[in-house]
Design a protein around this ligand. Structure first.
Ligand code: TIU
Length: 220
């Protein structure tokens, strides 16, 4: 089995059972005027990882391995959004309000698109998810099962919210999870650092972490 130099120890994966999941690299979080900035965050930290996420995507594309993109987005009528989620945050704009990139966090609006450099290519899967975790109320589990996937590499934003939640969901479902350290980011550097540390602590209680270039080299 190929291996990747990772923390807390090497990550082995059966070729053909590995997939990439890129979490929520959408304009709502990465660009000014979306949900992230409405919550009072500086989006520049997130914008900075776009080229690294692209290198990871291109590595999986070159290796012809499955790629799944997610977007956090709700139906226009908000029937899939708990009122508690709309009320939370008390930002300038709430979910469903009209912002400079269309209605905030609504599927089909310009702000819900993946950033142009990370757009999905034909044959790649895009999952729109109403929650922070990508398994909740989506067909992700079914898709992975039918493709025989057992090992997942994770990238995207934000590290401690949607990425970590999805990684924990995947870990509980038996997937072997590796997070690309420099292809994920948080609005809070200290939260990113803590998340990487807690994932790989206790012998990899949630999974492994490794740099993007190390992962891409192992795919060749
Ligand atoms: N606010 C924040 O850090 N994250 C989210 O609301 N969603 C995701 O992480 N995608």
């Amino acid at each position: 089995m190929p291996t990747i130099a990772a923390q807390p120890y090497e990550y082995s994966f059966p070729t053909g059972k590995l997939a990439l999941i890129v979490i929520d690299m959408q304009r709502d979080f990465v660009e000014e005027g979306g949900f992230g900035s409405a919550l009072g965050n500086d989006v520049s930290l997130l914008t900075a990882i776009v080229p690294t996420v692209r290198r990871l995507l291109d590595g999986f594309r070159a290796a012809r391995l499955p790629i799944i993109h997610t977007r956090e987005g709700h139906r226009p009528d908000l029937t899939d959004c708990p009122p508690s989620k709309i009320a939370r945050g008390r930002g300038k704009l709430s979910i469903g309000d009209k912002g400079p990139m269309g209605r905030i966090l609504i599927d089909g609006e310009p702000g819900n698109d993946l950033v142009p450099d990370l757009a999905a290519l034909p044959g790649e899967t895009v999952i729109v998810k109403p929650g922070k975790g990508a398994f909740y109320a989506t067909r992700l589990g079914h898709i992975l099962e039918t493709q025989g996937i057992s090992h997942l590499v994770f990238a995207g934003v934000t590290t401690e919210v949607c990425v970590q939640t999805t990684m924990r969901e995947a870990n509980d479902r038996g997937y072997e999870c590796l997070l690309a350290e420099d292809a994920t980011e948080s609005y809070f550097p200290e939260f990113k650092a803590a998340t990487l540390a807690m994932i790989r602590a206790q012998g990899g209680i949630v999974g492994w972490t490794a740099p993007t270039d190390t992962i891409v080299r192992a795919l060749r």
